[in-house]
Design a protein around this ligand. Structure first.
Ligand code: MN
Ligand code: MN
Length: 319
């Protein structure tokens, strides 16, 4: 069961209202790397987890992320407090109110639709979606995703800290940012506490492909590094050598039933192209200046975009 304690995990001291900053901080409320996404990610993983240690950790961190959601939502609420009251009471001159709503961010949704309350949206007013949670129900996969999620949350907090000069908000955001660092460390430990955590899952990789690096982008800029060269890698520069890697003929094939085979051949015949034909088309019939070579002759073209504009002008004046 959940219990609620009325005190926040970290005290929220906001110097003055700032609806525009509130809008930006919403990114960590209902955004892709925000606290709701983090809480739901770990809560659902924790429910499905059988390992007692991981289950305990996931539910601890999920609950802490909900506490972070509470801190972020409280910052947003304080930053919007003036705007919310002014909107609700309608005592300000229209022009003045219009000005503060207009200054509240990339869209007026946060003010007009939500009245300055913390909504489950990101900084652009896009509603939160469960699609932000990418759990797959396999700890060696999900812990890696969690490590990346904490790294993303950390960097978003860092950006918010860099755009804020309010010392109390900076302070609370630095706390939240640092907790993501701590969470990342826990998830890393939990991942490496699983023996043979790579590759993910149970099936081993196929030996001859597991250490192959294929240099498929060739030319100036080809670089060697520990990711593609040295003891651990069989680097393939001759692409012909790996096309196809299985030594087969590299075609795609399938066994069809007699009925399917008959239909496939009928369809192929019906849609066959005649490479010897040179049909008159709508492009030929309608060809004008700039169309290049057509059945109506060479209609020419422009050498530069400026010439093209001049050609277009001349053609439209003629019409
Ligand atoms: Mn958090
Ligand atoms: Mn976290």
């Amino acid at each position: 069961m959940f219990m609620h304690n009325k005190r926040l995990q970290y005290t929220v001291r906001v110097s003055e209202p700032n609806p525009r900053l509130a809008c930006m901080i919403m990114e960590q409320f209902g955004g892709a790397d925000g606290e709701l996404a983090a809480a739901m990610r770990y809560f659902t993983q924790g429910l499905g987890e059988d390992d007692p240690g991981r289950k305990d950790m996931l539910l601890d961190i999920a609950t802490e992320e909900l506490s972070h959601l509470e801190v972020v939502g409280s910052i947003v609420t304080m930053l919007n407090k003036g705007l919310k009251a002014q909107l609700a009471e309608g005592q300000m001159k229209e022009a003045e109110l219009y000005k503060i709503v207009g200054a509240s961010g990339t869209s007026a949704k946060e003010s007009i639709l939500f009245g300055g309350a913390p909504a489950l949206c990101d900084s652009a007013g896009v509603p939160w979606t469960a699609a932000y949670v990418d759990s797959r129900g396999e700890p060696t996969v999900d812990l890696r995703s969690n490590i990346a999620a904490e790294a993303r949350a950390k960097i978003v907090y860092e950006r918010l800290i860099n755009i804020t000069d309010d010392p109390g908000i900076k302070d609370a955001l630095a706390f939240l940012m640092t907790r993501e660092v701590a969470h990342q460390k826990s998830f890393e430990k939990a991942l490496y506490a699983i023996e043979n955590n790579f590759p993910t899952g149970k099936l081993p990789g196929i030996a001859k492909y597991a250490s192959m690096y294929v240099n498929t982008s060739q030319g100036d800029g080809d670089t060697s590094g520990p990711w593609n060269s040295g003891e651990e890698w069989d680097r393939v520069d001759d692409l012909e050598q790996v096309m196809p890697v299985d030594g087969g003929d590299g075609t795609a094939m399938v066994k069809l039933s007699t009925a399917d085979k008959k239909m496939a051949s009928k369809m192929a015949t019906r849609t066959q192209s005649d490479a010897t034909s040179d049909p008159m088309t709508g492009a030929d019939l309608g060809a004008g200046p700039g169309a290049g070579r057509t059945k109506n002759g060479d209609m020419g073209g422009a050498d530069t975009i400026q010439d093209a504009a001049a050609m277009g002008e001349a053609a439209s004046r003629k019409r």
